[in-house]
Design a protein around this ligand. Structure first.
Ligand code: CA
Ligand code: CA
Ligand code: CA
Ligand code: CA
Length: 480
């Protein structure tokens, strides 16, 4: 018997649309002109599991906002509302971050700018509420140094960044500028760099060429800084955006950006301030996807994977607007496990069969069991998937930074905390069971499983038995 069947184009599952009701207003994520960051295509690969901590150095964050509260960082060492600085970090009841104007633990947003930026980075995705961030799950650390009127001092910004370093943020988003060069700010950014922490900064809204008129903090010449210009929904450089062939790195959507503002509301705002959190959200999504990536690898992928845009050519270092989908694909290609070889889109005639080749491996594959599903999508027709799995064995490679920790001048009966970062750059996980501090006289202090206070005047490590996955962990050293 003869039969006829329609030819079908078979492709892999290529995009995911979240159920957040205002998703269609987020042109920066997806729009018909395609002058967007290809977020739905990125989300088909990874949506964020909430492992990455992003410090938002701004006017604070409405941590009660229904679209943000589940994605707030929570300080694990602080008991809320007891009026006590439980973790001895200098801030009382700093649960979601801190306020560096009042030196208190309450970073609530009395403006709206910081809450807006936080929503673009990581408003909770697919929760049937409001909008969606570039990453659906994240830990937002609210670092308030700008007042209700949006102004602040560089010295408080330095405190905010130092707090982000001390408390282990993986990156910071900096939608602010002005005040000129500050050696203290440069030192803090260099400390962030030494701690493998990206510093993503707005290029500024004064239409200037930052190569000629330096704009800070985006112009600080440190490896971890990414300076961000704003683009619109037709890939123009925004009329207000600063630029600079040497000093501005990439562009990102920053005109009429819809996001969260305090008191369960939403609003559209424009500025390089709105472009910056798109980049910070992408950095968080990438790091959540591939936790072994270093800050410099993250920056490299963000810069190299963007779409070349005519308006950014000669106006930025890369000439590119960020693309989340291409960034994840590039990370997958360099560090990933499974990859489809060749073009995944093809024509299948009725009765015909074709092979799909899957390659396993990569330059920085981690230890563990990797599972994926190979699925075909051809419009209305969806095939059953094939489970793909691979078990990788690897070896850990541990290092600790910085090389020196200076407690400075410390008064008797005071507490000072410094943080060292332990990294695992290897391919397998390691369990650390103890830490030892040894002084010049051979006196040692070793700590296992939980902190002890057996010596009056000693360097004490707040330490517990950890598994160090392939990412960064912090170790707090206290003088007490
Ligand atoms: Ca698109
Ligand atoms: Ca505290
Ligand atoms: Ca407390
Ligand atoms: Ca949402």
């Amino acid at each position: 018997m003869l039969y006829a069947e329609k030819d079908q184009i078979v492709t892999l599952d290529t995009s995911i649309r979240p159920n957040d009701p205002s998703f269609s207003r987020l042109w920066g994520m997806q729009t018909s002109s395609d002058c967007d960051i290809d977020a739905p295509e990125a989300w088909a690969i990874h949506r964020g599991q909430g492992e990455v901590i992003v410090g938002v150095i701004d006017t604070g964050v409405d941590y009660n906002h229904p679209d943000l509260r589940d994605n707030m960082w929570v300080n694990p060492g602080e008991i809320p509302g007891n009026g006590v600085d439980d973790d001895n970090n200098g801030y009382i009841d700093d649960v979601y971050g801190a306020n560096f104007i009042t030196d208190s633990g309450n970073p609530f947003d009395d403006n709206r700018h910081g809450t807006h930026c936080a929503g673009t980075i990581g408003a909770k995705g697919n929760n049937r509420v409001g909008v969606v961030g570039v990453t659906w799950n994240v830990k937002i650390m609210a670092l308030k140094f700008l007042s209700s009127s949006g102004s602040g001092s560089v010295s408080n910004a330095v405190e905010a960044l130092n707090y982000a370093i001390m408390m282990g943020a993986h990156l910071t988003s900096n939608s602010w500028g002005g005040g000129g060069f500050s050696q203290a700010m440069l030192d803090a950014i260099e400390a962030a760099n030494a701690n493998d922490q990206l510093f993503i900064a707005a290029a500024g809204n004064s239409r200037r060429n930052n190569d000629v008129t330096p704009h800070y903090p985006s112009n600080y010449d440190v490896a971890n800084v990414i300076s961000v210009a704003a683009t619109d929904s037709r890939d123009n450089l925004a009329s207000f955006s600063c630029y600079g062939r040497r000093t501005v790195d990439v562009g990102a959507p920053g005109v009429y950006i819809y996001s969260t503002i305090p008191s369960n509301r939403y609003a559209s705002l424009s500025g390089t301030s709105m472009a910056t959190p798109h980049v910070a959200g992408l950095a968080a999504l990438l790091l959540d996807y591939m936790p072994s990536m270093t800050a410099s690898q993250l920056k490299e992928i963000i810069m190299e994977s963007g779409d070349p845009v005519t308006a950014l050519h000669q106006k930025t270092l890369t000439g590119r607007r960020i693309n989340a989908h291409k960034a994840l694909l590039m990370a997958q290609g360099r560090f990933g496990v499974f990859e489809i070889v060749g073009n995944s889109s093809r024509m299948l005639a009725g009765g015909e069969s074709q092979d799909v080749t899957i390659r396993a491996g990569g330059t920085m594959v981690q230890e563990g069991l990797f599972q994926a599903k190979l699925r075909m999508d051809a419009g209305d027709w969806v095939g059953n998937g094939t489970e793909v799995s691979l078990r990788v064995i690897g070896e850990p490679r541990l290092s600790i930074s910085p090389e020196t920790i200076n407690f400075g001048l410390v008064g008797i009966d005071t507490n000072v905390t410094r943080v060292a970062k332990i990294r695992n750059n290897g391919t397998g996980s390691a369990t650390i069971s103890s830490a030892t501090v040894e002084n010049a006289f051979g006196w040692t202090s070793t700590f296992r499983s939980k902190p002890r206070r057996s010596f009056g005047q000693a360097l004490r490590s707040l330490f517990s038995l950890w598994d160090v996955p392939l990412c960064r962990e912090t170790l707090a050293l206290n003088w007490c």
